[in-house]
Write a protein that binds this ligand. Structure first.
Ligand code: TRP
Length: 354
């Protein structure tokens, strides 16, 4: 029985500034995966049009995500870093997937419902078809593993559904072209062209919460900048935001059970643990019984020490746009060659004349 080559793919939208939640929840995971896997990391600029059609500085946003990847330690020579629109095969496969996916599947997407809001009739067709393009991003490389936040789980289930329907609907053609792989899905032997994609959810800090409200996710769209640590914040800003971070009046507990019902304390301890690669239990063993007046300065020192080299490197990369653009172009060339190989096969499977 053959197997699909393991390949990691993920994407980040070039909208708004990256913050500590993106770094701990996603980018650090991307960095960790590159030692053992072949990885492709994509700045999904086509997706950014679904949030907002006209962007003030799309090019700068794309560069800043790429710079954050590289400054955090992703090696763009060993792996691939590029922007989505530079590889048009993503959009081509998305069209085919638009014809595979059903309107009913898309209607169930909670992210679409949230983003479209009350006036669904006025949402763009692009926003509705967003998950189909996301499936194409992944499957145009026949990637097998996708590190994402838990909010993307439903989109990855849909990606599996699209792959499966394609494999079934075109099974005769796939067999005829000899391009499929014999795999087992669950208990079933299947002759598949597209692999079943596995989400990689979790990581050092899967959910970093707002510094103003420990029950809300840290978000680039929060009106208060005090609610988040941006990757471009300097030491003064980091320090001020943690000092002003909401807490409760009690001392830290000695064990993780004591964090129940204390979302702000839980969040700050979680951030400390993730930044120092320790468990929350371990952090509480050190700080249990201490007041926030002691814990916060330690957290500030740790955050500044961890983030400032990344911020400095990001700024350096952003100042040299020719260098970062060359990295993205090189990534797009290598990604494009792989994507074109898949699309050649897909065009053959679907039956297009070439
Ligand atoms: N939808 C993802 C998000 O908002 C971004 C994304 C686009 C993505 N295409 C992808 C993530 C492919 C993983 C794989 O976070």
């Amino acid at each position: 029985m053959a197997e699909f080559q393991p390949l990691v793919f993920s994407g980040v939208q070039p909208t708004g500034n990256l913050h500590l939640g993106n770094y701990l929840g996603a980018i650090r995971k991307f960095v960790a995966l590159q030692d053992e896997h072949d990885c492709i990391y994509c700045v999904v600029d086509l997706h950014a049009l679904t949030a907002q059609l006209v962007h003030e500085d799309m090019k700068g946003q794309i560069r800043s995500i790429a710079a954050a990847f590289i400054a955090s330690g992703i090696d763009p020579k060993k792996h691939i870093v590029f922007n989505q629109s530079a590889v048009p095969q993503h959009a081509e496969l998305a069209w085919i997937f638009n014809c595979v996916a059903r309107i009913g599947w898309m209607n169930r997407m909670t992210q679409f419902k949230d983003k479209a809001g009350k006036d669904r009739e006025n949402a763009s067709l692009g926003l509705f078809a967003y998950p189909s393009l996301m499936a194409a991003d992944i499957l145009v490389y026949r990637a097998t593993h996708v590190p994402v936040g838990d909010d993307q789980k439903q989109h990855l289930e849909l990606t599996r559904d699209i792959a499966q329907k394609f494999n079934i609907d075109f099974s005769e053609h796939i067999r005829r072209t000899g391009l499929g792989v014999d795999i087992v899905v669950g208990e079933e032997p299947v002759h598949a062209y597209f692999p079943p994609v596995e989400p990689l959810i979790g990581g050092p800090a899967p959910r970093v919460m707002s510094l103003r409200d420990g029950t809300k996710k840290m978000s680039k769209s929060d009106a208060s900048d005090l609610s988040r640590i941006n990757l471009m914040d300097d030491a003064d800003a980091i320090s001020k935001k943690f000092r002003k971070a909401k807490t409760d009046p009690d001392a830290l507990p000695g064990e993780t059970e004591g964090l129940a019902g204390r979302p702000e304390a839980d969040n700050l301890v979680g951030i400390y643990a993730a930044l120092s690669d320790r468990t929350k239990a371990d952090v509480l063993a050190e700080f249990g019984g201490q007041q926030f007046s002691v814990f916060k300065p330690a957290l500030i020192d740790l955050a500044v020490a961890t983030l400032s080299p990344i911020t400095a490197e990001m700024r350096r990369l952003m100042d040299d746009t020719r260098h970062i653009d060359a990295i993205l172009r090189d990534g797009a060339e290598r990604a494009g060659a792989r994507a074109e190989k898949t699309m050649n096969e897909v065009r053959d499977i679907v039956g297009f004349l070439r």
